[in-house]
Ligand binder design. Structure first.
Ligand code: ATP
Ligand code: MG
Length: 442
């Protein structure tokens, strides 16, 4: 195991000044399991002022200094260095009332949430692992440090961090830890919505997201009460092998691990419980569920303060997931003209996830693959699906004598004709059509 040079240099600088310093947390966990750490954190006996003195000539950020964190801007990226710290009492389920700086790394490790993240490592002194994090890592176990109920009561965000680690690392949550996560889940109501969104987005994009969403459906639905009715909504429909929650989990597991797609897949049927009817034959129907789902999804995402662009994309996918994309080149070009390539591909991904998650009709999946092939062919042929691709432009239309909004209207009418295949996309054909339309108006 090695520290990258920029982190090793900071460790040396602090230790030369007499302050014990370690790599700590996620980077140690990742080093030990042979994964590339995505960020490096150090912890040190140096108090904030002492750290500042050691790095006096260097570029630093002091945004977290109150809590003991100095960010050192190095050639290898930002490095967070935090004074050994013991957290005081928590009265709001989220923030310690006071932090105390201490001189002992073990006291610092005691405040951390899970054993696999409560290890410190030093190139010469080796591993400091008072809670058996290394064994838990080897066995793929996520275990709270200390009394799990107390830890989740102190800070309910840790419950979602647990779900996130389960979803990303595929670890099994130790029984008492999982039970305490459930017992303390009511505290999630006090976690900042942005943090709920962040942890759940990360969890959704994890390799083991399906398993975590299944195992912790109750916790996820405590954080997202808008989705709770999905959990016991049976579909009673020959097109569906699974209930709404399991279906949605499977759909989410099928789409690429990107936040917009994963959220859209999880949310696409959230309108079903409210729209369910059962006919005389005992078959369930969900008329209007995409529009109802859009409303619920919008409420949920506004509450969690999703950025507007992501929110808009996800709502479009929820609302349109049930609409056919087109089974001919002509229909595909029409739809492309309406929504563009990127959205078309995202819709296709969600629809494929939906079809696979139904678990019943493989021919539905085959049809979507045909649509995908049509899309690829349309794009490869550079078929005209936008004004930009028309063989004439605004100047050509103005030259015919039109001006103002009429120019744009004419261009859109020409594009429509091309999409309808009533004209070729050549300058001659389009100008002839434009002249004919102008004459019709006279
Ligand atoms: P990731 O790989 O996602 O960065 P991480 O374990 O490094 O995972 P961070 O959020 O970067 O998580 O936090 C770094 C370390 O700080 C953690 O390993 C953990 O020891 C500690 N930590 C972070 N948040 C909390 C918390 N809410 N409660 C207790 N300890 C925490
Ligand atoms: Mg980290």
């Amino acid at each position: 195991m090695r520290l990258p040079a920029f982190a090793a240099r900071a460790v040396e600088a602090l230790e030369r000044a007499g302050f014990e310093t370690w790599a700590v947390g996620g980077c140690v966990r990742d080093l030990l399991r042979g994964a590339e750490p995505h960020d490096w954190d150090l912890c040190t006996a140096a108090a904030p002022d002492e750290m500042k003195a050691v790095f006096a000539g260097e570029r630093t950020l002091e945004t977290g200094l109150k809590h003991g964190t100095l960010t050192l801007l190095t050639g290898g990226g930002p490095l967070e260095i935090t004074t050994f710290r013991a957290d005081g009492a928590y009265s709001d389920s989220r923030h310690p009332d006071a932090v105390t700086f201490v001189r002992d790394v073990r006291a610092d490790l005691a405040r951390r949430d899970f054993t696999v993240g409560a290890m410190a490592w030093h190139p010469a002194r080796g591993l400091c692992d008072p809670y058996g994090g290394r064994d838990d890592l080897r066995n793929g176990v996520l275990r709270a440090v200390g009394d799990p109920d107390a830890r989740f009561r102190e800070d309910a965000l840790r419950i979602l961090r647990g779900v996130r680690f389960a979803a990303r690392l595929g670890f099994a949550v130790e029984t008492e830890t999982a039970a305490a996560m459930r017992r303390q889940a009511a505290g999630l109501a006090r976690v900042a919505p942005e943090r709920v969104r962040g942890e759940l987005t990360d969890a959704l994009c994890g390799r083991f997201a399906c398993r975590a969403l299944r195992d912790f459906a109750d916790i996820v639905c405590t954080a997202l009460p808008e989705l709770a009715p999905m959990r016991d909504c049976e579909q009673q429909n020959p097109h569906h092998l699974y209930g709404v929650w399991e279906h949605s989990v499977r759909a989410a597991g099928q789409v690429p691990a990107e936040p917009v797609l994963r959220w859209a897949a999880l949310l696409h049927d959230c309108g079903k419980p409210a729209c369910k009817t059962v006919d005389d034959n005992g078959v369930g129907h969900f008329y209007g569920h995409p529009a109802a789902g859009r409303e619920i999804a919008e409420r949920l995402m506004r509450r969690l303060r999703f950025p507007n662009d992501e929110l808009g994309e996800i709502l479009l996918l929820v609302e349109q997931h049930d609409r056919p994309l087109g089974d001919s080149g002509k229909l595909v070009r029409r739809r492309l003209a309406q929504i563009g390539t990127a959205r078309f591909r995202r819709l296709l991904a969600v629809k494929k996830g939906d079809a696979v998650g139904q678990g019943t009709h493989p021919e539905d999946i085959a049809r979507l693959l045909e649509t995908e092939a049509l899309l690829d062919a349309v794009l490869a042929a550079d078929a005209c699906v936008s004004l930009r691709q028309l063989a004439v432009d605004g100047n050509d239309i103005k030259a015919l004598g039109l001006s103002g909004p009429a120019v744009g209207e004419m261009l859109r009418a020409l594009l429509d004709a091309v999409l309808d295949e009533t004209t070729d996309n050549t300058a001659d054909a389009l100008l002839a059509l434009a002249r004919a339309r102008m004459e019709e108006r006279l």
